[in-house]
Ligand binder design. Structure first.
Ligand code: HEC
Ligand code: HEC
Ligand code: HEC
Length: 353
C-alpha cells in the first residue's frame, strides 16, 4: 500500500513538472494556424452542443417572438454587435473571421438546429474558449429581441430584408445610428427620448456605458461613442420637439383608477414619497434627474418596473430612491401603475390635479 502511494506521489510530481514545462517554457503551440489536435475540435463542439441542451430551459415568460418591432430591434443590435463575426444574411464572412479557430459559423448555419430557448441561452452565456462572447449585461430579458431576429433568419430572411430592417434614417452621424432605434417616437420596446431632460439622458447614457444601468443593447450602443459625444447626444435629443404622441393604449378604467390611487400614495419603505411626488403629473420640476413617465409605452414601463423591483435595473446617482419605492409592489400594483402612467396624457382631469 505504501509503495502504491509512493508511486502515485512520484507520478503526480512528474505530471506537475511536465505541465509546468509546457506553461513555463512555451512548449504548447498556441498558433491558430496549426488548429487543434485531431479530435479536439469535435470534442469541444460536441461538448458545447450538449451543454446548451442540458442547461437551456423553456421560460414561462417568453415574449411574442414574431413581433416585427422586436425583430427589427434585434437586427439593429446584431448589425453592430455580431455581424463582424457571423456576417449578415446573404453576405460572405470576412477572410479574417473565417480564419478564427474555431471559425464563427455563418449566421444562416449558426441558427440551424436550435430552438428559441437554446438560442437565448447561447447569446446570453456565450461559449468559453471560442471567441463567442456572453451578453454584456447581467440581464436576460433584453436578449429576446436578438432571438426574435435569429428565428427570422432561420425562417429564410434574405439580404434585401436585412438591409431594409437595419437601414439608418437620414441624419448626421452619430444621431442617425441612435435614431435607427429611437426615431419616430420609439416602439413598444425602445423608449422615446425627446421629452426627457438633457440631465436625465446624460446620466442614463453614462450609466449604460459604465455598466451601473443594465442593458446589453444600450451598453453596446453607448460603448461605441466617446463620453464627450454622449454628452452632446443627450443635449441634442433633449432639444428635439417631441414626436406626436401615439394614441393612448386601451386600458380598463378600473385599473387606471387603481394605478392613480397607488401613484399618489407612499408605497415604498421608510420615508420614500409617492410616485407622483417625483414623477408628476405635477412634479416635473422636482428634479431634472426624475424622468417623465407619461408618453412612455406600456410594455417599456412594465419591463422597467419589474427590473426595478428585482433590483436589476440600476441607473444614475438617484437610482437608490427608485429601488426603495418599488420593493413592495405586487404584480397587480405594477400593472395598475403602468395603466395609469401609459394613459396619463389623455387623462385631462389628472393633468389638472
Ligand atoms: C468575436 C466573434 C463573435 C462575436 C462578436 C459573436 N460570436 Fe457567435 N460565435 C462565435 C464563435 C467562434 C462561435 C462558435 C462556437 C463553437 O463552435 O463552439 C459562435 C457561436 C454562435 C452560435 C451557435 C452556433 C452553432 O454552432 O450552433 C450562435 C447562435 C451565435 N454565435 C450567435 C451570435 C450572436 C447573436 C452574436 C451577437 C450578440 C454573436 N454570436 C457574437 C463568435 C462570435
Ligand atoms: C439597437 C437599438 C438601439 C440603439 C442603436 C440605441 N438605442 Fe438607446 N435604447 C434602446 C433600448 C432597447 C433601450 C431600453 C434599454 C433598457 O431597458 O434600459 C434604450 C434606452 C435608451 C436611453 C434611456 C431612456 C430612458 O427613458 O431611460 C437613452 C438615454 C438612450 N437609449 C440613448 C441612446 C443614444 C444616445 C443612442 C445612440 C448613441 C442610442 N440610444 C442607440 C435601443 C437602442
Ligand atoms: C424619490 C423620487 C422617486 C420616487 C418616489 C419614484 N421614482 Fe421613479 N424614478 C426616480 C428616478 C431618480 C429615476 C431615474 C433613475 C435613474 O435611471 O438613474 C426613476 C425612474 C423611473 C422609471 C424608469 C423610466 C425610464 O424612462 O426608464 C419608472 C418606470 C419609474 N421611475 C416609475 C416609478 C413609479 C411607478 C413610482 C412609484 C411606485 C416611482 N417611480 C417612484 C425617482 C423616483
Amino acid at each position: 500500500m505504501k509503495r502504491v502511494l509512493h508511486t502515485l506521489a512520484v507520478l503526480a510530481v512528474l505530471g506537475l513538472v511536465a505541465g509546468g514545462a509546457v506553461v513555463g517554457l512555451g512548449l504548447y503551440n498556441v498558433s491558430a494556424r496549426v488548429g487543434h489536435m485531431p479530435g479536439v475540435s469535435w470534442v469541444m463542439h460536441t461538448t458545447f452542443r450538449n451543454s446548451v441542451r442540458l442547461r437551456a430551459s423553456r421560460p414561462k415568460d417568453m415574449p411574442d417572438l414574431s413581433d416585427a418591432a422586436l425583430i427589427e430591434l434585434g437586427a439593429r443590435h446584431y448589425d453592430t454587435a455580431c455581424r463582424t463575426c457571423h456576417a449578415a444574411p446573404g453576405e460572405a464572412r470576412s477572410a479574417t473571421m473565417a480564419a478564427m479557430e474555431p471559425a464563427p459559423p455563418h449566421i444562416e448555419t449558426a441558427v440551424q438546429d436550435w430552438q428559441a430557448h437554446h438560442l437565448h441561452w447561447i447569446v446570453a452565456n456565450g461559449v468559453k474558449m471560442t471567441g463567442m462572447p456572453a451578453w454584456p449585461a447581467p440581464r436576460d430579458d433584453d436578449v429576446w429581441p436578438v432571438v426574435a431576429f435569429l428565428l427570422a433568419v432561420q425562417d429564410g430572411m434574405t439580404e434585401t430584408d436585412y438591409t431594409a430592417l437595419t437601414q439608418l434614417p437620414e441624419a448626421d452621424a452619430p444621431m442617425a445610428y441612435c435614431l435607427g432605434c429611437h426615431g419616430d417616437g420609439g416602439t413598444n420596446h425602445v423608449p422615446p427620448l425627446n421629452h426627457q431632460s438633457a440631465a436625465y439622458l446624460q446620466a442614463s447614457l453614462h450609466a449604460y456605458r459604465s455598466g451601473t444601468r443594465a442593458s446589453g443593447i444600450m451598453a453596446q450602443a453607448a460603448s461605441g461613442v466617446s463620453p464627450q459625444a454622449l454628452d452632446e447626444l443627450a443635449h441634442w435629443f433633449a432639444r428635439q420637439t417631441p414626436a406626436e404622441p401615439v394614441a393612448a393604449p386601451q386600458m380598463p378604467v378600473q385599473l387606471i383608477a387603481q394605478g392613480r390611487a397607488l401613484a399618489h400614495a407612499a408605497t415604498g419603505d421608510g420615508d420614500v414619497p409617492a410616485c407622483a411626488a417625483c414623477h408628476g403629473p405635477n412634479a416635473r420640476d422636482a428634479s431634472e434627474l426624475f424622468p417623465v413617465l407619461s408618453g412612455l409605452p406600456a410594455p417599456y414601463l412594465e419591463q422597467q418596473l419589474l427590473l426595478w423591483r428585482d433590483a436589476t435595473r440600476g441607473g444614475g446617482r438617484q437610482a437608490q430612491l427608485m429601488l426603495k419605492a418599488t420593493q413592495n409592489l405586487s404584480d397587480t400594483d405594477i400593472f395598475a401603475l403602468v395603466a395609469y402612467y401609459a394613459t396619463l396624457r389623455t387623462n385631462r382631469s389628472d393633468a389638472d390635479e
